[in-house]
Write a protein that binds this ligand. Structure first.
Ligand SMILES: [Zn+2]
Length: 464
């Protein structure tokens, strides 16, 4: 499977990185994931068979991801193209009004001539055949219209492009053991942004999903300068490549082989014919080069190692939820029940004293009991955030969870022992979920008690 990075940047103008777009090819099948501005020229420059493009998979309605969709549709309808093959546009159902609006604005200029454009809304979790590839969409934590895509060929070689996303369980679940994961890192650990990943978030995904190769993308000039790629490379257990516009790789079982360093460089872009393949190399986390033959051996070893580590780690995580509250701990407090009854609108409900000797109510224990049967679908880690950032991320992600059908999610606050800031975040989270804003979305919540009687995360059940 071929992957060509056409846009590894963001909305911020950058001479080296254009807005988001990826070409995925398998035999005669070619498709685009996202359509950031500038791609019409890049398709031609890279020598890609854009006239026979099979599909466009849109990830969400931010302009840096689909700004050139009208330009592409306009180009494809030119008589000189002579297109007859239908073009499928995959998108979330929530993106339909945007596409309708686009057609309303441009009118006839976007109406295809001689071929058909088939808009195909896909819900998260749905699969579709795209030529020689199978596509599966999945929910990510970014925007109401967001979808991530996982693509697989007939030999089981897989590639995942979640596009913009915050850390969530759906992301971790759907990129499990992919041969190549194209993942964003648009934020730094110092300045986390809701709906985006920091290097720590990226490493969490790597640890819990074990992809074979990581291609780091969606880089702002300042995140790149801050060394996010180096930070990820230092902690990653799989090879990490930094995406660049024009980079062409072949995705294979167990990793990738670089085909062209920059297909957009003048004269390099041409359709690859038989016998034209170059022996490629893959860049490792340390910046070393591995001949492609060594790759499969390296990955086979890594796979075994990761399998072992993952199982142990997943078991630990799972059993955290099963742990009973400390039986010898303090009994129910004389204060009100822990539940939502406490939440009188507008009154700050939780103070630091409330956190001492907490015991979950019966309803909360019941919720924790159910969590052991129904997997946590998503997670946000607010540990180490400052209060304002934690609240901003919460306000963005909880409604997104509700909209994308997440029913059970976990909010990691930290136990409040690591730094002065932690109890502040923990209290802010409790006050938010039990306050008027949180109650719009949250049906029930429960602290996940550790053996020491403290808790560093809460589970929430969202309203339907
Ligand atoms: Zn976005």
């Amino acid at each position: 499977m071929d992957l060509i990075i056409l846009g590894s940047g963001t909305a911020y103008p950058d001479g080296d990185r254009g807005p988001s777009s990826y070409w995925v090819g398998e035999g005669e099948t070619g498709l685009l994931v996202d359509c950031g501005s500038g791609i019409c020229q890049k398709l031609a420059r890279a020598g890609l068979d854009w006239k026979n493009l099979e599909a466009v998979c849109l990830t969400h309605a931010h302009p840096d991801h689909l700004g050139d969709l009208p330009a592409l549709l306009f180009a494809l309808r030119m008589p000189e193209v002579g297109r007859v093959k239908p073009l499928t546009v995959f998108h979330s159902p929530e993106l339909t009004p945007y596409l309708d609006g686009l057609h309303g604005t441009y009118g006839d200029w976007l109406v295809p001539s001689g071929f058909e454009v088939r808009y195909q809304p896909v819900a998260a979790g749905q699969r579709a055949a795209v030529g020689r590839l199978t596509l599966e969409s999945f929910a990510v934590a970014h925007h109401a219209t967001s979808l991530g895509y996982r693509l697989q060929n007939g030999q089981g070689v897989s590639l995942a492009i979640p596009s913009d996303t915050g850390l969530c369980q759906s992301l971790v679940d759907h990129v499990q053991k992919v041969d190549c994961l194209v993942l964003e890192c648009a934020a730094t650990d110092d300045r986390p942004m809701s709906g985006h990943l920091t290097p720590t978030d990226v490493l969490y995904v790597l640890d819990h999903a074990s992809p074979f190769t990581l291609l780091l993308t969606h880089l702002y000039p300042w995140t790149e300068r801050a060394g996010v790629a180096q930070q990820v490379m230092a902690g990653a257990r799989c090879p990490v490549l930094v995406a660049r516009d024009g980079l062409a790789v072949e995705v294979r079982r167990g990793g990738v082989v670089v085909r062209e360093e920059n297909l957009l460089e003048s004269g390099r872009g041409r359709p690859r014919g038989e016998g034209e393949e170059r022996e490629g190399v893959v860049r490792s986390g340390e910046g070393g080069l591995f001949p492609s033959e060594e790759l499969s051996l390296m990955h086979a070893m890594m796979d075994r190692e990761l399998d072992r580590m993952d199982r142990a780690d997943m078991d630990r995580r799972k059993y955290d939820f099963h742990r009973e509250p400390n039986a010898s701990g303090p009994g129910p407090t004389s204060r009100d029940e822990w539940g939502f009854e406490r939440a009188v609108a507008g009154v700050p409900l939780w103070t630091e004293e409330d956190l001492v000797g907490l015991v979950p109510t019966r309803a909360q224990r019941k919720l924790l009991g159910r969590v052991s049967e129904r997997a946590i679908q998503s997670e946000i880690n607010l540990r180490g955030s400052i209060r304002e950032d934690a609240l901003a991320r919460l306000e963005a992600v909880v409604p997104t969870w509700a909209r994308t059908g997440v029913r059970l999610a976990r909010i990691v606050t930290g136990k409040g022992k690591q730094s002065e800031a932690e109890p502040v975040v923990k209290l802010a989270v409790l006050n938010w979920i039990t306050g008027p804003q949180g109650r719009r979305w949250v049906k029930e919540w429960a602290p996940v008690m550790a053996a020491d009687g403290n808790f560093g995360s809460v589970v929430i059940e969202l309203k339907r």
